[in-house]
Design a protein around this ligand. Structure first.
Ligand SMILES: Cc1ncc(COP(=O)(O)O)c(C=O)c1O
Length: 917
């Protein structure tokens, strides 16, 4: 039997154990040979023991049914047992238990066909009442538990919008395990009888408690505070849930405590109807989708259209002789929901007062922001809005150079002085990592030394990166605020919207870190630490500051923005994105300019379907984000494990680990990989709490250099053309497989099958290869794995666009518009005139963005000097992959005259003499 270490997720473990129990009990019911019966009996016994630590946390089948099955086993009632286990396993797989009672006795009349969720028509599924589980925490006897449950069941009314079942656990520790393990739980009722410690296997319980980061809190708790403390601790791991505290303590006692997610306190233990109504209302508050509902209602109303949009109500289609197929393909509803009206129950995205406003407020609650704004043109637009709202011409912005192109264009539009930050390179895989904190601090300290800190406005970083590198967001912000206490942060979380819905990931999101910082800066403990550090840092030089974990002043301002492509990682139509704001100065300083920026970039005809999908996507994550993200991680982990363990796959492929993608000095935890053949799964929580960078395990980078194909060929010719598998990003010798909340275990299994088939065909090919063919294969592999051109750093802006070579910030806007006039530009051939010119010592300056794919971000920006390293890198690439480069003409550069003219026109430029050519 697999041990718990073989599983990254207890959900998978549970479902695999039930399946194993089904097989074993079915075999046992059939088997007659004594030896086999003995072996099977042993196995069933073991499976019961292992399920006994799991089942108390789930409502179905429930402990009394589980104990009943165990007794059937002990009494040798194998046919009944096999029947019941089969029923439970099927109901768990299909989700039938969510819709109806599942009888487990053989003589019960039941139609098995209904078990199959997939066989239900979608309308039936949409109309079924959603199901959830309520966790009741109370140390009760069996008799009292039955009484509790019957009270819960008695409250059900036909008009209730949802159905729920109760799970009863006795202790605070069990409750924490339950909310982490059982994703069906939506509400928790904490009753006065709860105790602290679980009676379950402490080694398993402690694994879970560690993930909540509450071990220390638990040790020091006073018994009278168990209830309130539990509400507070659950808020840290699953803030979307509702808790209800039933207490015997006085109102005054309770009033002063932090009750976390507690929605209401009950002083009367027996008022079950009041509790029931509150539970339903709490879930309804998350289930509500104001804009989607308004749009559905609108689409049902009869209207005559006397303004734009002939497609609304499908009128231009139904009357058409030529485009009927479009109507047939999409169905009528989408056209009934298409309108340019902003009244009649609908709303305007540009000036929302009704359901869009409400939908944005709900999204703000779900994502932990203070304000949230929807966008219907992707994060590309969100980034430009935030940059324009906050950055004034001349402001200095620190930007990671491998950020998305929307930021570079945003800088052009805003007229920022751009200070590019270099990420650490991963030359072996021809990709960049992320920007080390030391590099950011170093740049800030340089600007401080030059007296320019007041002009520094914003730090802009991508979290997580395309390849899955995740910053220590809170630490970065703390240390930067220690140098510049009002710095604004823009976290590009285009790929990270889902992170909010898992506690390990959540701590590394902009919004969560901002909320933590707000709380921290208010605490006396922080003020004390700050004062103490100030004393030790008196007269400290830069070296000391760089090597100290800096503590910001409690007066520092928390000013954080995050942009997310909801459509990339959660349910939303394409282009659905959100801007989350957590800025203490938003209302006082930014609101107006934000509004202007929003107006600049938002269409006056935003797509309602996108807005509605954002609203529904928010509902989903508030109710099942935790489950879906958990399953996503589970799918990615099983993929990592399968490739690592398979002897044939490991011959040609390699899953890159945190150890491969993050240099050791940024991994304080020392963790190199989440899965290891000898030790099984490594607990991620330690590295996610402390390391400078962590790797998002849901993005699996596969080294394919060993196959002799480069990343792009592998993607297009093999995966796409031969097997219909689509992926997005490649590097010279890697391909990136991204999982998402829609990825299933079967899609992972298919991918593994495909990889095995590819590996087998390579084995066959090499088996029959001649010596020459073998040699050529080995050479190709060596070329892909070893002969990689080093990735170049940002060189510098030319002095025509840069006033201070010491700090290096550049005026990208002037460079960008200078290139509008053809007279200012020339073309140099990569393999001829460009090289000659540089070898002759000329300073060559790019007039446009040059973006090679991979790595997919500008290797040159307008105004940037071409360095020998950049030239070497470009020459080593296949030129057809370089966007912005015209193979027929060459590289677009500024003429020396145009540059000289700008330099001459400048007022006194500083430090030009220091520039080393
Ligand atoms: C880091 C990053 N930011 C922003 C974007 C743009 O997002 P969208 O496609 O939603 O406009 C992308 C797109 O790939 C991205 O990778």
């Amino acid at each position: 039997m697999h041990s718990i270490n073989d599983y990254s997720s207890a959900i998978q473990l549970r479902s695999d154990r039930w399946s194993a129990l089904r097989e074993a009990t079915a075999a046992l019911a059939r088997e007659t040979k004594a030896r086999s019966v003995t072996a099977l009996t042993k196995r069933v016994g073991e499976l019961f023991v292992s399920l006994a630590v799991i089942e108390p946390y789930w409502a179905f089948p429930g402990m009394s049914a589980f104990d009943h099955m165990r007794r059937q086993f002990e009494h040798g009632n194998m046919d009944d047992l096999a029947f019941a286990v089969n029923r439970v396993t099927r109901a768990l797989t299909t989700g039938a238990y969510r819709r109806r009672h599942i009888p487990l006795e053989r003589d019960s009349v039941d139609n098995d066909e209904h078990d199959d969720e997939a066989m239900l028509p979608p309308e039936a599924r949409a109309l079924a009442k959603p199901y959830f589980e309520v966790l009741i925490v109370d140390n009760v006897s069996e008799h009292q538990e039955r009484w509790l449950r019957s009270n819960v069941t008695r409250m059900r009314r036909p008009e209730d919008p949802f159905v729920y079942e109760a799970v009863v656990v006795p202790s605070l520790e069990d409750a924490l395990v339950a909310v982490l393990f059982n994703h069906n739980i939506q509400a928790i009722v904490v009753r006065p009888g709860l105790v602290l410690k679980s009676k379950m296997d402490q080694s398993i319980v402690q694994r879970y408690i560690m993930r909540t980061g509450s071990s220390e809190d638990i040790e020091t708790m006073q018994p009278e505070n168990y209830g309130p403390e539990l509400c507070r601790l659950i808020a840290k791991v699953r803030p979307e849930l509702d808790a209800y505290l039933v207490t015997e303590r006085s109102v005054e006692d309770i009033a002063g405590l932090d009750l976390g997610i507690c929605r209401r306190v009950f002083y009367n233990q027996e008022d079950f109807m009041e509790l029931h109504l509150n539970i339903l209302r709490g879930v309804q508050a998350r289930n509500k989708t104001p804009f989607f509902t308004a749009l559905v209602e609108y689409s049902k109303q009869p209207t005559g259209v006397f303004h734009a949009m002939p497609i609304s109500r499908g009128k231009s289609i139904t009357r058409s002789h030529w485009i009927q197929d479009m109507g047939a393909f999409y169905g009528p509803n989408i056209f009934l929901a298409e309108t340019s009206a902003t009244s009649g129950g609908l709303d305007s995205l540009l000036e929302p007062h009704g359901p869009i406003k409400e939908a944005q407020e709900l999204a703000s609650r779900a994502f932990g922001s203070k304000q949230t704004f929807f966008a219907t043109n992707g994060t590309s637009t969100c980034n430009k809005i935030v940059v324009q709202a906050l950055v004034r011409p001349g402001d200095i912005v620190l930007v990671d150079r491998d950020c998305h192109k929307s930021h570079h264009y945003g800088m052009v539009l805003a007229g920022a002085q751009v200070c590019y930050l270099d990420s650490y390179p991963l030359n072996e895989y021809s990709m960049y990592g992320a920007v080390p904190l030391q590099e950011i601090k170093h740049q800030l300290l340089k600007l401080k030394a030059e007296g320019k800190l007041d002009r520094v406005r914003m730090l802009l970083l991508t979290n997580c990166t395309f390849d899955g590198l995740v910053y220590n967001v809170e630490r970065v912000m703390e240390e930067c605020l220690a140098i510049k206490p009002d710095l604004i942060f823009l976290w590009d979380e285009a790929w990270f919207a889902f992170a909010r819905f898992n506690p390990t990931y959540r701590q590394r999101t902009g919004m969560s870190a901002a909320n933590n910082l707000r709380e921290k800066f208010r605490s006396e403990e922080h003020a004390r630490l700050y004062d103490a550090q100030q004393t030790t840092l008196k007269n400290a030089d830069d070296d000391k500051l760089l090597n100290t974990r800096l503590i910001p002043s409690p007066k520092a301002r928390v000013r954080v923005y995050a942009t997310q492509s909801t459509h990339k990682t959660l349910t939303s139509l394409r282009q659905g994105s959100m801007i989350h704001v957590n800025d203490q100065d938003f209302k006082g300083e930014v609101e107006q300019s934000f509004h202007e920026a929003y107006m600049t970039h938002t269409s006056t005809s935003p797509n309602y379907q996108i807005i509605a999908s954002l609203d529904v996507g928010r509902r989903q994550v508030e109710l099942e984000g935790y489950e879906f993200v958990k399953r996503q991680i589970e799918a990615a982990m099983s993929m990592r494990r399968a490739v690592t363990m398979h002897p044939l796959l490991s011959k040609y492929f390699k899953v890159l680990t945190a150890g491969d993608m993050i240099p050791e000095r940024y991994r304080e935890s020392g963790i190199t990989s989440y899965y290891d053949a000898e030790q099984g799964w490594t607990e991620m929580s330690d590295s996610w709490e402390n390391d400078d960078f962590v790797l998002d395990p849901t993005r699996v980078t596969l080294g394919v250099g060993g196959t002799g194909w480069d990343g792009d060929t592998f993607k297009t010719d093999i995966l796409m053309d031969k097997y219909g598998i689509q992926i997005n990003k490649t590097s010279r010798n890697t391909v990136l497989f991204m999982t998402n909340i829609g990825t299933t275990r079967s899609s992972v299994a298919y991918l593994i099958e495909v990889l095995v088939e590819i590996a087998k065909s390579l084995d066959d090919l090499l088996d029959d290869a001649s010596r020459m063919e073998r040699l050529s294969f080995d050479r190709r592999v060596k070329n892909l794995m070893e002969d990689l051109p080093p990735l170049p750093d940002f060189s510098r802006f030319h002095e025509a666009f840069c006033d201070d070579a010491g700090t290096g910030e550049g005026d990208i806007r002037t460079a960008f518009f200078l290139a509008y006039d053809e007279k200012n530009c020339d073309y140099l051939d990569l393999n001829g005139s460009l090289k000659d010119s540089m070898d002759a010592g000329d300073t060559v300056v790019s007039a446009s963005f040059i973006i090679p794919y991979p790595p997919g971000f500008p290797i040159l920006v307008p105004g940037q000097v071409v360095s020998q390293e950049i030239l070497a890198f470009m020459r080593a690439l296949d030129v057809s992959e370089i966007h912005g480069y015209r193979p027929d003409l060459g590289l677009r550069v500024f003429t020396p005259e145009a540059l000289q003219k700008l330099v001459d026109e400048k007022p006194a430029t500083k430090k030009i003499a220091q520039v080393a050519e």
